[in-house]
Design a protein around this ligand. Structure first.
Ligand code: BDR
Ligand code: CA
Length: 318
């Protein structure tokens, strides 16, 4: 008899961001496979108060008002904040005008929430989907290293190797903003999967894809099309490709359909002191360092399959 797959319990840690927003919507649209227990927010694309407000707005758009939002770290562990309004606009989700959220964030800080939640959970019960700088997770692990044994897995949109960098020539944004946090998480021994630019630069959202989102005819499809049209402008001008990368939804798609992706278990180290390379994910793809594997590093994606999944799922939402 075929085994009925159980719903995977997830916490989404995020800095919305248009692509974060699409990731949250994809998860909301997949209740048979994913049980979103909560959303935690972090400073990244825009300051924390905005990422928190955006998370609430997107949850309300997608019918997820029952999901609590916890605001976390307002700045990286040791460095000055770096934001990306030049890509995402002043609000972080420019392109859509969503109503002010009805629900408020919870009183508890996201870092304390993560510590309490993982301590109270069974080992392997909860998966962390990380879509921004990994500050909240590193802080929780620093406070309570015992939670590492409870975390089923972290899937993180972060890093780059063959594609090198997007915020500096050598570094991807989420790692660059808080490389010390990335280093702590990597060294904790937690099960970690990177979805780097090497994957997301192959998941290009073309004009045809935008038309398919718009043609869905629901509020969420229209919002996705409008938001991505805004955020794409910057990348289209930068890369001169026929579409712009769609980063964070790859994390949720990986949970839904891992066969769309391929990669290897390798050693990944974070450059913390480079003159030009701070925040670089030094990914030993060819195994030349003999350092032990400490992460799964994805390299490729079936982009057509990814967009078919994403568009079909967004079509299920309000
Ligand atoms: C990552 O940085 C942010 O701009 C996106 O939301 C994504 O998480 C891509 O480098
Ligand atoms: Ca993000």
């Amino acid at each position: 008899m075929a085994k009925i797959p159980s719903r995977r319990k997830i916490i989404i840690d995020t800095d919305p961001g248009q692509d974060d927003s699409v990731a949250i919507l994809l998860a909301l649209a997949s209740p048979d496979e994913l049980d979103i227990r909560s959303v935690t927010t972090v400073a990244g694309n825009v300051p924390l108060w905005r990422t928190t407000e955006n998370a609430l707005k997107i949850l309300e758009l997608g019918g997820g008002t029952h999901i609590p939002v916890y605001a976390g770290s307002a700045r990286p562990l040791t460095r000055e904040p770096v934001t990306a309004e030049h890509v995402h606009g002043e609000t972080g989700i420019n392109g859509v005008n969503l109503p002010a959220p009805v629900r408020q964030p919870e009183a508890l800080n996201a870092v304390d929430f993560l510590v309490e939640t993982f301590r109270a959970s069974e080992p392997g019960d909860l998966t962390l989907c990380v879509l921004g700088p990994i500050t909240n997770i590193a802080s929780a692990i620093q406070k309570a290293p015992d939670i590492v044994a409870k975390i089923r897995e972290i899937i993180w949109m972060g890093g780059a190797y063959f594609e090198v960098g997007n915020i500096t020539p050598a570094a991807e944004f989420n790692v660059y903003v808080d490389p010390e946090a990335a280093d702590i998480v990597l060294k904790s021994g937690v099960k970690l999967t990177f979805i780097p630019l090497d994957v997301t630069h192959r998941a290009l959202c073309t004009h045809q894809h935008l038309k398919r989102f718009a043609a869905l005819g629901n509020k969420s499809g229209t919002a996705v099309s409008e938001m991505l049209q805004f955020s794409e402008r910057f990348d289209l001008a930068k890369y001169l490709w026929l579409g712009a990368p769609l980063h964070d939804p790859c994390v949720i798609a990986y949970l839904l359909k891992p066969d769309l992706f391929s990669g290897r278990q390798i050693n990944v180290s974070i450059e913390l002191k480079g003159e030009f390379t701070t925040g670089m994910t030094v990914a030993d793809w060819w195994g030349v360092s003999k350092r032990p594997a400490n992460a799964t590093f994805l390299r490729d994606i079936d982009a057509a399959g990814f967009y078919d999944l994403l568009i079909e799922r967004i079509g299920r939402l309000p």
